[in-house]
Design a protein around this ligand. Structure first.
Ligand code: PLP
Length: 423
């Protein structure tokens, strides 16, 4: 079991909503910091550990700054993500640039900021040299293909578009050295939302063995391996969170067996986790504004799939609680839905919940849990829906709006209406 708690009582939430109307995302800074420290403590058994937070999970510079303050770097995949990390003061080798199908200007920006470029394909070696330059430190992404089974969200590595094959990797490192690179790293990412620690330990083992093979075949000692992202969180209340000590110890055992005898110690262990860093510490706070009873019973929220698309997109489970009714018996069965003209705009389907009161100003607060990663970030504007804002709960109990809600003006900002009037 894991406790699906929300940091505010109903009365506290009512006071917040007086200033910041629902819907909004709420992030708990103290909890994010505690989690960051627990990770660093567990992984301090390695000579060099570095977490580069996957910016795409929660692309807000205020959050990135908190993480930077705890010693984390950032993993970026696009030009704006590079700028976001830069805004938070994350630069140089704390910044990884793990992109694919990358345009020239993104490589140029990553180089300008001193980020560690993680190449997705062997053809990008020439591409980078021709259009920018080969940096001193370079990383390559490995796709283990049939060596590794995938999981539901990310699919089988063999069918995934990412990375170099094993042979390409060996040749790639040699080519990079010929072209002037001096420091080398290896990366892979083969899972998404994977809660089984053995899966991640096995991934580390595959990378360690490959690091030894690279050394044997090319004479190149890698500086670090990057295990990618993909560590899962317990979205369901009966799931167990990953035990950081167990994960770190399991990876360390593989390190001691494979890396030490090969003379590769100290080898840096890097990660680019997103979901486990902020996922459980963010909530989408909404209000029930309508009830509807036809063949099923519906609760209509003031948020929709444009704010949080995971349930609609892949049927992902997000736990729901009702503020002030946390202990009430789940006597009703609802589909909890948003206002998009798409029938998959459902935060929950046939969910057992306490009786919910609906109303524009007096409806119950419906709290959607584990929305701190891949939540608002995946939002969109289909149907003219405006995405909600983001609030940060600071350790001193104060609230800061770290992103305001979108307005109609934001939605129209890309239109040049003066042309319309002229015609
Ligand atoms: C999405 C992604 C991550 C983060 O994944 P999580 O599941 O949030 O940990 C890290 N690295 C790469 C390359 C990614 O695409």
């Amino acid at each position: 079991m894991n406790n699906k708690v929300f940091p505010l009582t109903k009365a506290q939430l009512e006071a917040v909503v007086d200033r910041y109307p629902t819907p909004f995302y709420l992030y708990d800074e103290a909890a994010i910091r505690r989690n960051a420290r627990a990770i660093l403590k567990a992984f301090s058994i390695f000579p060099a550990f570095k977490e580069h937070f996957a910016v795409k999970a929660l692309p807000n510079p205020f959050i990135l700054k908190i993480l930077a303050d705890e010693g984390f770097g950032a993993d970026c995949a696009s030009y704006p993500e590079l700028l976001l990390a830069d805004m938070a003061g994350i630069g140089g080798e704390l910044m990884m640039f793990t992109s694919n199908e990358t345009p020239v200007r993104e490589y140029q920006k990553a180089l300008e900021l001193g980020a560690v470029i993680n190449l997705d394909d062997s053809t990008h070696i020439d591409f980078l040299e021709k259009n920018a330059r080969i940096p001193e430190l370079i990383s390559c992404r490995y796709n283990p293909g049939p060596l590794k089974g995938g999981n539901a969200i990310i699919g089988k590595p063999e069918e995934a578009k990412y990375g170099f094959t094993r042979e390409q990797l060996i040749q790639g490192f040699v080519l990079l050295r010929d072209k002037g690179a001096k420091r080398f790293a290896l990366h892979t990412m083969v899972a998404s939302n994977e809660l089984n620690p053995e899966y991640h330990i096995e991934t580390a083992r595959i990378l360690f063995e490959l690091a030894v093979e690279i050394l044997a075949k090319t004479g190149i000692p890698l500086e670090f391996v990057n295990l990618g992202g993909g560590v899962g969180i317990p979205y369901q209340p009966d799931q167990q969170p990953i035990d950081y000590d167990y994960l770190a110890t399991g990876i360390k055992k593989a390190y001691d067996e494979i890396i030490l005898p090969a003379g590769l110690d100290p080898l840096g262990i890097h990660t680019e986790w997103g979901r486990i860093i902020t996922g459980p510490y963010g909530w989408l706070v909404t209000r029930a504004i309508h009830t509807k009873r036809i063949y099923r019973e519906y609760i209509g929220l003031d948020a929709c799939m444009a704010d949080l698309m995971r349930p609609g997109l892949y049927g992902a489970y997000h736990h729901i609680t009702i503020a002030g009714k946390e202990a009430a018996p789940p006597t009703e069965t609802y589909d909890v839905v948003g206002s998009l003209c798409e029938n998959n705009d459902k935060f929950a389907v046939q969910r057992n919940l306490p009786k919910i009161q609906a109303g524009e100003t007096d409806g119950d607060f419906v709290i959607i849990h584990d929305a701190g990663a891949h939540g608002r970030a995946m939002g969109f504007n289909y149907n003219g829906k405006l995405r909600c804002g983001e609030l940060l709960l600071s350790p001193d109990g104060s609230f800061t709006m770290i992103r305001r809600p979108e307005t109609v003006d934001d939605y129209f900002a890309t239109l040049d209406l003066s042309r319309l009037r002229r015609e």
